[in-house]
Design a binder for this molecule. Structure first.
Ligand SMILES: Nc1ncnc2c1ncn2[C@@H]1O[C@H](COP(=O)(O)OP(=O)(O)O)[C@@H](O)[C@H]1O
Ligand SMILES: Cc1ncc(COP(=O)(O)OP(=O)(O)O)c(N)n1
Length: 264
């Protein structure tokens, strides 16, 4: 069985973070493991507290995983401090990790800031260069590229710029604020490819970014080329959104296990 590791924060409400990643990886057919960067006290309406793990403890988790069950892919999600980002980069390089998917989590849908402003440059300098693909939404792509994104053309310009500067593929997600559910992949050879998605009219989108990035990682772990891993990940995500789970008082989680109910 192929294996994948999620390095991310815990979401006590189960819709995003480590919990979403483990469900997604499992449903995408790989053995899922975790290294927790932070605990969040969170529900569908917001984040009330964040507790980072000590950097040495995060390093121990990553080493423990790699020294026993080597991951075929790694997804990195919420990492809120520069010290934790540097620790991850060092440990992944030491273990020659492959298929690294970086979801540059900055602000949750509920509005909570999930990264220190001071850690953004560490994210750019240490994690992007080791990524197979980075998956910013529009606001995150604006921070990474330093430009405002208001049109489809802006998405292309910003993605090319991030890709050229950090030498990693960029999947710029349009779902948030622009261009329906269409995402743009830019690869270091300069190729652009649009992944057209059908917008699903569901207000419960908590954890969409975590789910997409961990589904991409799972499919890379299984040996899919990057564009096929993205296609399958979008298909899985659309199915989970279309199941119309409605839990909690805010923007609720998706049904990560919708494929099981399809079989009933
Ligand atoms: N309502 C929707 N219907 C279908 N796909 C969506 C919808 N909202 C977001 N997506 C897709 O979900 C994925 C995650 O995008 P997004 O919500 O922008 O990420 P994030 O959670 O990081 O802000 C993208 O592939 C995007 O196109
Ligand atoms: C612990 C934790 N990690 C990441 C997020 C953000 O998740 P994301 O998938 O980007 O989705 P939204 O929260 O924007 O829907 C989180 N909330 N918590």
């Amino acid at each position: 069985m192929k294996t994948a590791l999620s390095i991310a924060g815990s979401d006590s409400s189960g819709g995003a973070g480590i919990q979403a990643d483990l469900k997604t990886m499992t449903m995408n057919g790989v053995y899922a493991m975790s290294a927790v960067t932070a605990l969040t006290a969170q529900n569908t309406t917001g984040v009330t507290a964040i507790l980072n793990v000590p950097a040495e403890f995060l390093a121990k988790q990553i080493d423990a995983v790699f020294e026993d069950i080597r991951p075929d892919a790694v997804k990195i999600g919420m990492v809120s401090s520069a010290e934790l980002i540097e620790t991850i980069a060092k440990r992944l390089c030491a273990h020659h990790a492959v298929n690294i998917v970086v979801d540059p989590v900055m602000i949750a849908t509920s509005g909570a800031r999930l990264i220190d402003p001071a850690a953004v440059s560490a994210l750019k300098e240490k994690l992007l260069p080791i990524a197979r693909v980075v998956t910013p939404n529009i606001p995150e792509a604006e921070v990474l590229s330093g430009m405002k994104i208001e049109t489809k053309q802006d998405m292309e310009t910003a993605s090319k710029q991030i890709c050229a500067q950090y030498r990693c593929a960029v999947l710029c997600k349009g779902g948030h604020s622009l261009n329906d559910a269409n995402d743009l992949l830019c690869t270091p050879d300069g190729t652009l490819r649009w992944f057209e998605g059908k917008r699903i009219d569901n207000p419960n989108t908590h954890g969409t970014g975590c789910t997409l990035s961990s589904a991409i990682a799972a499919n890379l772990a299984k040996g899919a080329p990057l564009d096929e891993a993205i296609r399958r990940a979008k298909e899985y995500l659309s199915g989970a959104l279309a199941d119309m789970l409605d839990l909690g008082h805010g923007s609720g989680p998706m049904n990560h296990a919708y494929l099981l109910s399809c079989n009933e």
